[in-house]
Design a protein around this ligand. Sequence first.
Ligand SMILES: Nc1nc2c(ncn2[C@@H]2O[C@H](COP(=O)(O)OP(=O)(O)O)[C@@H](O)[C@H]2O)c(=O)[nH]1
Ligand SMILES: [Mg+2]
Length: 727
Amino acid sequence: MVTYDLKRLAAVPTAAELVDIVLMRTQRKTPTVVHPGYKITRIRSFYMRKVKFTQQTISERLGAIVSDFPRLDDVHPFHGDLMGVLYDRDHYKLALGQLNTCKKLCETVCRDYVRLIKYADSLYRCKALKVAALGRMATLIKRQRAALAYLEEVRKHLGRLPALDPTARTLLVCGFPNVGKSSFVNKVTRADVEVQPWAFTTKALYVGHMDHRYLRWQVIDTPGILDHELEKRNVIEMQAVTALAHLPCAVLFFVDVSEQCGYTLEQQKSLYDSIRPLFADKQLVIVANKVDAKPLEDLSADHQQMLKDMCAAHDPDAVLVPMSNVTEAGVQAVKDAACDVLLQARVDRRRAAAGGSRLRDKLTRLVATPADAAQRRPALATALPMGADEDRGPSIPASVLAARKAKKLEKRAARAAQDADRLELAALEARDGGHGSTTDAAQQAEHAAQQARAIARDAEAARAASARPPRTTERERMWAGGGPGVYSGETSREYIGQLRCDEFATDIQPEIMDGKNVLDFVDEDVLEKLAALDDLEVETDQTLDQLDAQLEAARLTPQEAAIIKAMRDRQLLARNRAQASTNRRNAPLPRAARLRTEEAPPADTLRGRARAAAEKRGRSLSRRPDDAMDTSVERSKSVAREPAAKKRRRDASRAASAHRSSSRPPPRNEQGLDGQAAQDRARLLQKKAQKKMNRMARGGEADRKTGPKLIRWMNEGKRRSGTSHHR
Ligand SMILES: Nc1nc2c(ncn2[C@@H]2O[C@H](COP(=O)(O)OP(=O)(O)O)[C@@H](O)[C@H]2O)c(=O)[nH]1
Ligand SMILES: [Mg+2]
């Protein structure tokens, strides 16, 4: 991912400024003195240089803008989507694309005119060509007026976006409007988000920071989300949705249990269900807010159950925390719960990624305090290995145990054999010495010898059991099977011991059987899954039948349908009427001009056909007689060039006509105000009201901009070559 510094984009000049910059630079950086007496090649190269230099500056400037602005596919998906939502993805891409095209067009213009200048035969012609080239380039830039202005606004807005780090530890606050999200953010962080008792007070993402367990956390306040389809969500809501979708974070879903926000608990549950997929893999804390107005115990059993179900629906570990911003009860608990689940999840993820190396375990344990260890909670920033202190005995392979047993038995057998020998010797001595109980000693010796033999047999058996079968390496097999190039390995050996019958290992395994890929059918419980699918189908059929029956029962009678249609029609009519009146109020043209229309020329005349063709291409050839400034229409000198004096006279007579002036209302900002004093006071009040709005719009560093300075004495007139420091 490319990292862009969204806050430090260079200011985008307006089209006029850009033309100034480019022309000024050409003026300053290229030679200014040329004489008709010079050799023609010199004159040509003088002007060619000017054209080329101008084009280079334009390419440089436009190229810098195009490469400076982030590519939506390259930034973090959160920023990419947020920009897509805020600035309209297509518009943004088109604007940058247009600048790129403009750059290419300037290059073409430059190439063409340089080629023409090569054939020019006098200073005058060279100069005329240069002027034409620069003029065309300037026109091309001026056409990008809208794109440049748009990008400048985007840049300013990007600068104002909250400094939000998508990878930091984040708590994301969401829920219906007015449930107390911003109040909570103001409580736990030093952010100063506006709180008002009406919906959509918060219209953008806000970020606050706080400390918890010596760590830095960012808390994001989002605008409220309403419960409707994704397509109907507006830009304000979509910011919250984007944050929910792309930020790895703990989600705090706010529920207003007192229902003061204007939404019932059922509606809040429905919203929760519809946005739940967005945070399916995130940590969740459900905050039951405004318990000061209505304690949780006062809720009906159904509602209490509903809140519990909401928790259970996400994850068995999700918690419900009652809270009140007014009494501050539970604020700390919410903060603790959210931070702890997120920290735990991040630690788990990191440990899983690192593979839980032993050294890490030991290192992290050094940091954990005994209290942390006792409660099994992570210490400081790092992980306390959870469950790592459980009994971890040595793991000794069974073959080693068997070998040990065999060795022990062998030792015992050796000892028993020694004992037997000793006893036999004693029996012999007794017999030779003629002592009594010779038979006893002989019996004992015989018994001991028997025991020794038994133990030796056991030892032999154990040794045989623990002995590994001799291993043949693949290399040995290769040499036995004909050597390299002749021997080919046998894969079937791997299956021996894994199948029901070892013979199966050598069976030929088909990959395709009956025209189907066998691997598609390798699934142990495919039959169970099929059965489950069948059950589901039956169930769905039943549900659909029931729904059909219900719909049948709920069908409207003709009278009801007629009433509903009448109601809808009335609504539609009212809406259209309101729309029409709005259009009338915001009319971009004077009323008199709007009423004047030109009748279409007959279709079979030349003019009529031209007009039809032009309209098909999306142009309009209709013109108003007084539209002298409209150069896009075909020009007719007799109409456009009205003598100025006559026009002035006509305008004056119009303004003076009683019919016109008396029907004109006063300007909107003076309507209903009696006298100059009242107007002044209104202006003052308006300014005062605007002050707050200006502040809340959060103008930032990005709004400060210095345009090119056009210092007259430095940039006008011709200068000789050399430095201009002395000026
Ligand atoms: N009684 C009560 N009112 C609250 C509480 N938290 C917020 N409010 C009020 O609810 C309204 C909306 O609060 P706000 O924080 O702007 O909600 P947001 O739209 O979700 O950001 C404001 O009038 C707050 O004073 C609370 O815990 N108890
Ligand atoms: Mg808010």
